[in-house]
Design a protein around this ligand. Structure first.
Ligand code: PLP
Length: 389
């Protein structure tokens, strides 16, 4: 290992969301923060160096992203995902969630229905509900081997002419699924049949674990690409979520023009001076770091599995195929959610995300972030085991 993922870097004094919002979210700052989906690792050194170089200049005026930005992304998609993306289909975006909002606003009308698959990252609900659209939830089905899609229900729901848009989480947070080609093909065929626009959030697509491979939804075929808006960012991959490194890929020129109109209308087309530089440095030089990160995350997942099996009786989880997030199932404990949270947060002093924040089917679950030095992750589990004893 050339990078020190074991090093514990204190984040106090950096205004970190994960630390600063503990009091507000958990009612106490006295919890080990293993929640919000960023990682407790330093970004690749080349990102640090590029930012430093730019910082030395001293003038931080309005900044644009030119072809260099699109080239960095196109190169990454080709190398990492075997997806040839023309430069003029790539547009800067302020964030993946803001792009979801812009897509909902631009491509549906008030009262239209938007479909999501639950349990899911909480903004999937809010971007629909808070913008005057109706939510249609398609619960994922849990099997012995992990979560799968309920295609029967999906077809029924997509065939409703009021359903205009499908917000897809690919790979899926929190259940950790990497959707396979047959699943994607079946899904896309249904959306095409019922003329439902696909908005595919692929922000976790570089965090592939245990030999899984990401297939960009829009790479399935030209027809699928014409009906898909892809959202992505360098933020999860390289732990640079504090920068705005997001972008959209839209093959269909009409859809792209509509998206650009929203960006212009909202005056969101410039962006942060460091973000393009961070993305470019990460995509150009970050692959060796990413390879070691993924191996480290796999090690964390296996360490958690061993510990849970040995010491946290009644807790189960499916090995994630992607992401640094584990969807822990505490249902065998038979506790109401409030008591489960009391056990984990107040008694054990571990800050995990409440399963119910991902939807009602998150009852009995908590989400653990293993994007941290192994010693911290294990300390969190130790704290829970100690209270169990
Ligand atoms: C599935 C998913 N989409 C989007 C985001 C956030 O993206 P952004 O910070 O670019 O809005 C997250 C962060 O956890 C996520 O898990």
């Amino acid at each position: 290992m050339s990078y020190s993922f074991d090093t514990i870097i204190p984040r106090e004094g950096t205004h970190a969301y994960k630390l600063e919002l503990r009091e507000k979210v958990f009612g106490t700052a006295d919890v080990l923060p293993l929640w919000v989906a960023d990682m407790d690792f330093a970004a690749p050194p080349e990102v640090f160096e590029a930012i430093n170089r730019r910082a030395q200049h001293g003038i931080y005026g309005y900044t644009v992203r030119g072809e260099w930005f699109q080239q960095a992304i196109a190169g990454w998609m080709q190398r990492r995902h075997n997806w040839g993306v023309p430069l003029d289909t790539i547009e800067y975006a302020p964030g993946v969630v803001s792009s979801m909002v812009m897509a909902v606003m631009a491509f549906t009308r008030p009262g239209d229905k938007v479909l999501i698959q639950t349990p899911v990252y909480p903004p999937f609900y809010s971007v629909v509900k808070e913008n005057g659209r109706q939510l249609v939830t398609n619960p994922l089905l849990e099997t012995a081997n992990g979560y799968v899609m309920d295609f029967n229900l999906l077809e029924k729901q997509l065939s409703d002419p009021d359903v205009k848009l499908f917000l897809f989480c690919h790979p899926h947070n929190p259940v950790g699924r990497v959707w396979t080609r047959p699943e994607l093909e079946q899904l896309a065929a249904l959306c095409l049949r019922y003329d439902v626009l696909m908005v595919s959030d692929e922000i976790h697509s570089d965090l592939m674990l245990f030999g899984h491979r990401h297939i960009p939804l829009a790479s399935l075929s030209d027809e699928v690409a014409q009906h898909t808006v892809t959202l992505n960012a360098a933020s999860k991959t390289f732990n640079i979520a504090g920068f705005s490194t997001s972008y959209v890929i839209i093959t269909n020129p009409e859809l792209l023009a509509t998206f650009r109109k929203s960006l212009t209308a909202l005056h969101l087309y410039t962006g942060h001076v460091f973000s393009g530089i961070a993305l470019q440095a990460a995509y150009a030089h970050g692959e060796p770091w990413l390879a070691e990160l993924l191996a480290y995350l796999e090690g964390n997942v296996m360490a958690v599995r061993d510990f849970v099996e040995a010491h946290l009786h009644g807790v189960t989880f499916h090995l994630p195929q992607a992401t640094f997030l584990l969807w822990l199932n505490f249902k065998q404990w038979g506790l109401p959610q409030a008591d489960l949270k009391d056990f984990i947060i107040r008694k054990s002093k571990v800050g995990l995300n409440d399963g119910v924040s991902f939807g009602p089917d998150g009852q009995g679950f908590m989400r653990l972030n293993v994007g941290a030095p192994r010693a911290l992750v294990m300390e969190g589990l130790e704290r829970i085991a100690a209270v169990m004893r």
